[in-house]
Design a protein around this ligand. Structure first.
Ligand code: NDP
Length: 399
């Protein structure tokens, strides 16, 4: 029996709130707060149990502190934007409350995400006796837990890790991003980066691709290498990994739109002057693009996200693939949201449950792979993201 404060009322939040509301024995009280309270009320109206809503500007620590002091939650779930991670962590420290998020901190004016800013809070959380769980979405999140699970049950050492994220869904619109457009486009237009023999190797954006044959009738799809934040924590916590890469599928149509938008400067994050005032092109573009939350009823098809690991077990080479397949329309039927928000929101709920049940709770700042993967993997099967683990031919990833 615990009280949670959920901050942010976008696509991911909608799923977290629905999933927490389905488990009153764990989440006995839910408060949903965001910049625009009406969005909290819209989510609240979809539930079959009452929750409380509130307005808060999560860039403002005193406002957050006042809200946390008034509500006294056991845990704050941050599903606002990565820009708010540090202010929410500061407010949790000031009020003595545990913290969870789904994406690592990113400064607004630099398209650069890395854990250094949040790892720097390690001693503060430890000294305060508080738990901070970082990146409890799918990727990062479940992909970190998958890696820990493979290591625990199938490998003595993982040498090569490929995280593969496929969205084979179609929303039928000319161009839309399936989570926050600003964060999505910053991520996709950044240089690629992978880990090899103790160093980061940088590549031009989306310059390396190959074809991967996905399970569950998805079939062969082009995957593009890019940087993703879980690579940083995974190579730190599994130093035996010689090479770690992240791949994502994109349709030709998405890439063509992105190329044109990039060429005309619409994906820039530097302010430009327009009719006497400064605007940030990417923020303006976000205002024009469909709200990811509105894609729910439109999107058909499946997602498949997994970890392809190669290494050794008892001196013999071993290759395994662990993955989940999720259906956009089934997600919509259950929680009024497409699979991208679903695959992020369910692990956020499970991460929160792990902390509140004391299974994943120790003072400090932690990435998902630093805890025992087994109870989390069990809950993925129970709460909507069942997984498969199969032995594979290593050549399947070599394209
Ligand atoms: P949305 O843009 O749909 O929602 C963000 C919400 O945060 C909005 O309700 C927004 O309010 C609110 N918000 C923004 N700024 C503030 C602020 N200063 N104070 C209070 N509330 C604020 O994003 P998503 O739901 O798609 O993504 C949520 C998070 O999940 C992001 O951090 C994203 O990076 C992460 N994510 C993680 C994934 C993973 O697998 N790990 C995958 C996908 C997303 P308003 O409505 O007023 O703008």
């Amino acid at each position: 029996m615990a009280k949670v404060l959920i901050i942010g009322a976008g696509g991911v939040s909608g799923v977290v709130v629905h999933k927490c509301a389905q488990l009153p024995e764990v989440f006995s009280e839910i408060v949903l707060a965001s910049r625009t309270e009406s969005k909290c009320k819209t989510i609240a109206a979809q539930l079959n149990r009452p929750i409380k809503t509130a307005q808060v500007d999560a860039d403002n620590v005193p406002q957050l502190v006042a809200l946390i002091k008034a509500e006294k939650p056991d845990l704050v779930i941050n599903v606002a934007l990565p820009y708010q991670d540090l202010t929410i962590m500061d407010a949790c420290l000031e009020t003595g409350v545990d913290y969870l998020d789904t994406a690592n901190y990113e400064p607004l004016d630099t398209a650069k995400f890395e854990y250094s800013w949040q790892w720097a809070y390690q001693d503060k959380f430890k000294d305060a006796g508080l738990t901070a769980l970082l990146g409890s979405g799918f990727d990062p999140g479940v992909t970190n837990v998958y890696t820990a699970y493979l290591k625990k049950h199938y490998f003595d050492e993982i040498h090569y890790l490929d995280i593969i994220d496929c969205n084979a869904g179609d929303h039928g619109l000319p161009f839309a991003t399936n989570f926050n457009p600003e964060i999505n486009i910053r991520e996709v237009t950044a240089n690629g980066r992978y880990w090899e023999n103790g160093n980061w190797v940088e590549t031009a954006p989306l310059s390396i691709n190959r074809v991967f044959d996905f399970p569950a009738e998805i079939g062969p799809k082009k995957i593009y290498m890019m940087y993703h934040e879980e690579l940083e924590s995974l190579v730190k916590h599994f130093p035996e990994i010689k090479r770690a890469r992240f791949w994502m599928t994109f349709s030709d149509n998405y890439l063509k739109h992105l190329e044109v938008l990039g060429n005309v400067g619409m994906t820039g994050i530097e302010p430009v002057m327009f009719e006497g005032r400064e605007i940030v092109p990417l923020q303006f573009l976000k205002a024009l693009l469909p709200d990811p939350a509105s894609l729910g009823p439109l999107t058909k098809g499946k997602t498949c996200i997994g970890c392809f690991a190669q290494g050794i077990k008892d001196g013999k080479p071993m290759a395994m693939f662990v993955y989940n397949v999720c259906d956009h329309q089934e997600c919509y039927r259950e929680v009024k949201s497409q699979a991208i928000s679903y695959t992020t929101g369910v692990p956020a709920m499970i991460g929160a449950k792990m902390i509140l049940e004391g299974k994943w709770k120790k003072p400090g700042v932690w990435n998902m792979e630093q805890y025992d993967p087994d109870p989390f993997m069990e809950d993925l099967n129970k709460y909507g993201l069942p997984w498969q683990v199969v032995e594979v031919d290593p050549s399947a990833i070599e394209g």
